[in-house]
Design a protein around this ligand. Structure first.
Ligand SMILES: Cc1cc2nc3c(=O)[nH]c(=O)nc-3n(C[C@H](O)[C@H](O)[C@H](O)COP(=O)(O)OP(=O)(O)OC[C@H]3O[C@@H](n4cnc5c(N)ncnc54)[C@H](O)[C@@H]3O)c2cc1C
Length: 419
């Protein structure tokens, strides 16, 4: 129910980050309006979850719904090197046999709608077909939102405005807060197949990551319901775009020619979707919150899709932000300092994942080689691949990775050469 002159919280964006923040605040008795621009559920990339989503899904009351869904269970991830040799799968249950050591491969149109329905069941007012047009400020404090729906604009007041607009990154773009990782300027071409190879038993829902033979790009292979598989190629923009055909189909097929292991998996399969393209630059905002406003999910930051961390970070940032917003509202202090209390924890988790992302793109780094040198790190590596960066320490792995990876900010500290 709304306050007489608006809502405690308005959340803009009905993806996983927005739905999580809104639901957890409504659970605590706050009045929450969630607006989503699209009128109908949308197909999106981002279909492979990380096991550590379990804990946020549990708080949201989503676990039974996920268990009852047709989404394939994901119990491992496996990597193919450019020479076609594969690692043994990293089985998540190796580190912990608990149910939280597997997760799901989802159809995003269905998963996002399940999260929105769940939000509405828990008291969030959900309005589809409604866009955020403007955040209304009083001096530097966000005090409301201008919304557009059915060609009409209305202004609504709120105590806190949450930007969960994903890669539209509404506020961070408007306020010039977004920093792009220049070494991770990637893009992606993706599609779906039906009837491709499927593992058996625990391997049925495994994510497979396959390098192309020249090592310049890699494919994801994500089993989905109804015998479908999501397949996409990721590589630097300079490699996939410059001097190449403008037709996404041609570029996709050229890369597929460079990946014999993937072609083998696709024998007899039928492509059922056109090839689509998307930019997947990695970036982050220099601020996660300001007076009266908070950023969550991709609206705060995005790191390369190699480890399927996007939805996990959307859920986790939504959870951390919701707790911070609840405390701030309860204390009657919605200043930047109060609202950004979750930021250090979020950045620390993101940093651990980022380090493994940079390792993956180092031409000298291979998982098998790394584990030969650091066999004791296998458990922590699997923890990282599961997203266990907020619940368990991964310090030994981080220290071992330091020998392989230099993050751009370390380069700056060391000698002023920004990456
Ligand atoms: C190539 C690629 C592959 C990926 N693969 C994976 C993967 O396998 N696993 C994974 O976990 N992640 C993956 N991701 C990342 C994942 O898709 C995102 O991180 C995740 O969707 C972020 O969730 P979100 O809620 O922040 O944003 P979104 O899911 O993008 O939701 C934002 C919502 O805001 C709405 N919106 C935008 N502007 C407005 C506005 N002005 N007013 C109202 N509503 C608005 C949009 O319609 C949208 O529904 C991938 C990303 C890319 C680019």
């Amino acid at each position: 129910m709304s306050s007489p002159n608006g809502f405690d919280v308005i959340v803009a964006g009905g993806g996983p980050a927005g739905a999580t923040t809104a639901t957890l605040l409504a659970q605590r008795g706050h009045s929450v309006l969630l607006i989503e621009r699209s009128s109908e559920p949308q197909e999106k990339v981002g279909e492979s979850l990380m096991p550590a989503t379990y804990w946020t899904l549990e708080r949201l009351g989503m676990l039974d719904k996920m268990r009852a869904s047709a989404f394939p269970e994901k119990g491992s991830v496996q990597f193919y090197a450019p020479d076609g040799r594969s690692t043994t799968p990293f089985y998540f249950k190796e580190v912990d046999p608990h149910e939280s050591s597997h997760t799901w491969q989802v159809l995003r149109s269905e998963f996002d709608q399940m999260l929105l329905d769940n939000a509405a069941e828990q008291g969030v007012e959900v309005r589809r077909g409604t866009s955020l047009r403007e955040v209304i400020f009083d001096a530097d404090r966000a005090i409301g939102a201008r919304l557009r729906s059915d060609g009409e604009e209305i202004d609504l007041a709120c105590r806190v405005l949450v930007d969960a607009t994903g890669q539209s990154h509404f506020l961070s773009s408007k306020r010039g807060l977004r920093k792009i990782e220049t070494r991770l300027k990637h893009m992606s071409y993706f599609t779906r197949y039906r009837g491709a190879e499927r593992g058996e038993g625990i391997d049925e829902g495994a994510t497979v990551i396959l390098h192309t033979e020249n090592g310049k790009s890699w494919f994801w292979y994500i089993p989905l319901p109804d015998d479908q598989v999501s397949v996409g190629v990721v590589g630097p923009v300079d490699y996939l775009v410059k001097g190449r055909a403008s037709d996404p189909e041609q570029v996709f097929l050229e890369e597929l020619e460079r990946c014999a292991a993937l072609r083998k998996k696709l024998i007899g399969a039928e492509r059922i979707k056109p090839i689509r393209a998307t930019r997947d630059f990695s970036y982050h905002s220099t601020q996660a919150a300001g007076d009266g406003w908070v950023l969550v999910g991709d609206a705060f930051g995005f790191i390369d899709p190699i480890y399927s961390s996007g939805v996990f970070l959307a859920l986790k940032s939504g959870e951390l932000a919701a707790d911070a917003i609840h405390e701030a509202l309860a204390a009657g202090d919605i200043s930047r300092v109060a609202l950004s209390s979750f930021e250090p924890e979020l950045r620390a988790g993101v940093k651990a994942l980022r380090k493994l992302v940079y390792a993956f793109y180092d031409p000298d780094f291979h998982f098998a080689k790394f584990l030969q040198q650091h066999p004791d790190c296998r458990g922590q590596l699997i923890d990282l691949l599961m997203g266990n960066v907020f619940r368990k320490p991964v310090d030994e792995l981080m220290a071992a990775l330091d020998q392989w990876v230099t993050l751009p900010e370390q380069t700056v500290e060391a000698g002023g050469r920004a990456g």
